[in-house]
Design a protein around this ligand. Structure first.
Ligand SMILES: Cc1cc2nc3c(=O)[nH]c(=O)nc-3n(C[C@H](O)[C@H](O)[C@H](O)COP(=O)(O)O)c2cc1C
Length: 311
């Protein structure tokens, strides 16, 4: 007797995702670079590299350093600028049946709103992810993401210029992430991305210099997963918004940790640099898990964490 495979589709802030796997910003180029490497239509969605109004070169090299089970980066938001993206990249992405989210950056509150306004009439944009959490730029970025009042101000300013789903990306470099989740919700966010990279540093002991030219960098990869899962759980308890769980996901069990903690969907970042087959591997693993647990729908897993009572 054959039964139909379990449902993997989810609704994220009004956006239909055919499955809960989305490529994370900055680790998947603008998406088009992966044409020919994998079938983009197999992804639930993808998030573009961060975009400002104008092109940027990013930081000097070296900009990447491997650390135990992790990657330290200080790319510094290199990019082509939002107009070139809308003109040259969005039409190419439209050929693929996947949800395209755009990672919006700014040196000022006005710039965030300007970038969002440019995208308002651009076809093929499913939603805006607001990057208030990049640790690798001197202006903007983390400066907005580690002050609740600034977080509120940025999200409210972008809210004024867009009807698109608005998804601020939270920084883990704060002491109480729930406060920031609430500030975003109050300012009109439709969803949250949780988390960006953790501020870190690696030193070459022979030269006694930082391994990255920028000095510090953002830590990603499996090393940060327990921090990211904990924060996803805290955010899910603090607000009713859908959450993209992000941080060190490279297999189905990793993705399930975030879903069980309360994420509606997940993003995959550093694993893209290791294995382009990671999406197929996780999709198979999620289906196997649902079948093994007698479940018919991935949504039956979301927010099902059980915490035994402490004795
Ligand atoms: C090389 C690199 C570049 C990144 N660029 C961006 C970016 O442009 N905007 C952004 O919001 N996050 C950026 N991130 C953060 C990732 O989207 C993700 O939040 C983080 O890496 C944690 O997920 P992971 O452990 O699966 O990589 C970048 C991460 C890496 C490793």
């Amino acid at each position: 007797m054959s039964s139909s495979p379990p449902n993997l589709a989810v609704d994220f802030a009004g956006v239909k995702l055919k499955n809960p796997l989305v490529a994370a910003s900055g680790t998947f180029g603008y998406g088009v670079e992966y044409e020919g490497i994998l079938d983009l239509s197999r992804l639930g969605g993808l998030v573009s590299k961060g975009l400002y109004m104008t092109p940027r070169d990013g930081n000097p090299t070296p900009r990447l350093a491997e650390t135990p089970h992790g990657l330290l980066n200080a790319i510094g938001l290199q990019g082509v600028g939002v107009r070139a993206f809308a003109r040259d990249v969005l039409p190419r992405l439209a050929r693929h049946d996947t949800a395209v989210f755009v990672n919006v950056c700014g040196d000022s509150i006005d710039e965030y709103a300007e970038v969002a306004a440019v995208l308002e009439d651009a076809p093929g944009v499913a939603g805006l992810e607001i990057n208030i959490s990049c640790p690798n730029v001197k202006k903007g970025g983390l400066a907005f993401g580690n002050d609740p009042a600034m977080t509120h101000a940025v999200v409210a300013a972008v809210r004024k210029v867009t009807k698109r789903p608005l998804i601020p990306k939270l920084s883990p470099n704060v002491s109480d992430i729930a406060t920031f989740a609430r500030a975003c919700a109050d300012a009109g966010a439709d969803g949250l991305s949780c988390i960006n990279t953790l501020l870190g540093m690696a030193i070459d002991v022979e030269t006694r210099r930082p391994k990255l030219a920028y000095g510090t960098g953002g830590l990603s990869g499996p090393a940060i997963r327990p921090v990211a899962v904990r924060m996803t759980w805290q955010v899910a308890r603090a607000v009713k918004l859908p959450i993209f769980g992000i941080g060190g996901i490279s297999c189905a069990a990793d993705a399930l940790e975030f879903l069980i903690a309360g994420a509606t969907a997940v993003q995959i970042g550093t694993a893209n640099f290791v294995d382009a087959g990671v999406y197929e591997k996780i999709l198979t693993g999620l289906t196997d898990y649902l079948v093994r647990h007698g479940l018919t729908d991935i949504r039956q897993v979301v927010g099902t964490l059980e915490i035994p009572e402490r004795t």
